[in-house]
Design a protein around this ligand. Structure first.
Ligand SMILES: *Cc1c(COP(=O)(O)O)cnc(C)c1O
Length: 387
């Protein structure tokens, strides 16, 4: 029996930033006091700053899906025509939410591993000028793909439709010029690049989105954007907040500001690049080769090998939890995460573990081949840019 440290290496929840965990211990604090208001105000302001937007910023005690739900129930009306881009499990979630609230959704679906093209969105907008909104994932975590939200935003900005972007794993892994690209609603969650546990969802809301919301007739109560905006302006949340989580997020945001959002993104991008290089040398295919994102790299298991074996052996041999494929991709792919509190040392070790697992399961590789490819990427670029 050897020591096996438990390591959480999934694309959400992600590895936790230790000072943020320590901050949670200060949660013997009442939420209607100046002490708390100070923390809450700082959290909202820092989120706005790292997201780089002048739009309003709202926060909820919920997982990311809570904010997705809120964006539909507060801004749209029954029967509204919308376009939903579906490139994976999270795109399917948008379609489900739209359906649950009785929107008239034109679902643009592409096979898993591919992405919806901006031209497809532009064409659908042209075909239906009454479209009120377009929904997409900036980063589709289930397939490891990313969408060209900049080009989509350009097409949507010319119309009356608002652009609702699930950036839950996009934030901190890809540049998102929220104001410049016309991203009217941008949704994030605490357990992804923000390095803290699950439990907080947040979203930015543009003036164009608020305007559409004025005519919304869908039922909602707990998730009330207008009420939350008013409360936030007063340094409070509408209901009892997740105080411990807000303390944690506040601490993590200090760190993100310190390293800089651009560097957090660069960090994920470098890890993703190194992972793709390693996978190539190990004879493995990138599942989302058409448009690979940097939040997570989805790798196809070698022919004849169930990806569940790789996931299971990461756990049993090395104590590490990595992600399998979701839905019908289960058994086909495994996913290596890069978002948030991941570093090169994590990645080198992960690839070394992967080489051992591949060798033990009928996909022979020369030890060190993948690790060397990742080291090479680090040596070429990261040494300069990440110091
Ligand atoms: C994690 C994630 C979500 C939110 O899932 P929750 O379980 O509600 O936090 C939504 N979209 C994407 C792309 C995600 O990665």
């Amino acid at each position: 029996m050897y020591i096996k440290k438990q390591r959480l290496l999934t694309p959400g929840p992600t590895p936790l930033y230790p000072p943020a965990l320590h901050a949670m211990m200060r949660s013997d604090m009442h939420h209607r006091t100046e002490d708390f208001r100070k923390v809450y105000r700082a959290c909202l302001a820092d989120l706005k700053e790292v997201m780089g937007t002048s739009n309003d910023l709202l926060m909820f005690a919920a997982s990311g899906t809570g904010a997705m739900d809120a964006s539909v129930s507060n801004l749209f009306s029954k029967g509204d025509k919308v376009i939903v881009c579906v490139a994976g499990k999270f795109g399917e979630r948008w379609a489900d939410i739209a359906k649950a609230y009785g929107l008239d959704a034109n679902v643009i679906s592409v096979p898993y591993g591919q992405v919806v093209k901006p031209e497809q969105v532009a064409a659908a907008l042209q075909a239906e000028p009454a479209t009120k909104g377009v929904f997409v994932q900036a980063s589709e975590t289930s397939t490891g793909s990313m969408h060209d939200v900049e080009a989509m935003g350009r097409a949507i900005a010319k119309t009356d439709a608002i652009f609702v972007v699930d950036a839950i794993t996009g934030l901190g892994t890809m540049p998102l010029d929220i104001d410049g690209w016309g991203l009217d609603v941008v949704i994030g969650g605490s357990q992804k690049a923000f390095m803290v546990p699950p439990g907080l969802a947040f979203m930015s809301v543009s003036p164009k989105a608020w305007k559409l919301g004025e005519t919304s007739n869908l039922p909602h109560y707990y998730f009330n954007l207008k009420k939350e905006k008013k409360s936030g302006d007063a340094g409070e949340s509408s209901w009892t907040p997740a105080t411990a989580m807000i303390l944690a997020l506040g601490e993590a945001l200090v760190y993100v500001k310190q390293i800089g959002m651009a560097h957090l993104i660069k960090n994920a991008q470098m890890l993703a690049q190194a992972t793709r290089a390693a996978a190539g040398k190990l004879g493995l295919e990138i599942f989302s080769a058409a448009s690979p994102g940097s939040s997570v790299t989805a790798i196809t298991a070698p022919a004849g090998m169930d990806s569940g074996v790789i996931v299971k052996e990461f756990r049993s041999r090395f104590g590490s939890i990595i992600a399998n494929g979701q839905g019908s991709m289960k058994g086909q792919i495994f996913r290596i995460a890069h978002l948030g509190y991941f570093d090169f040392a994590d990645l080198f070790a992960m690839i070394a573990c992967l080489e051992i697992i591949l060798n033990a399961n009928g996909h022979p590789v020369q030890y060190g081949t993948g690790v060397a490819a990742a080291q090479e990427v680090y040596a070429q670029a990261a040494v300069k840019s990440l110091k």
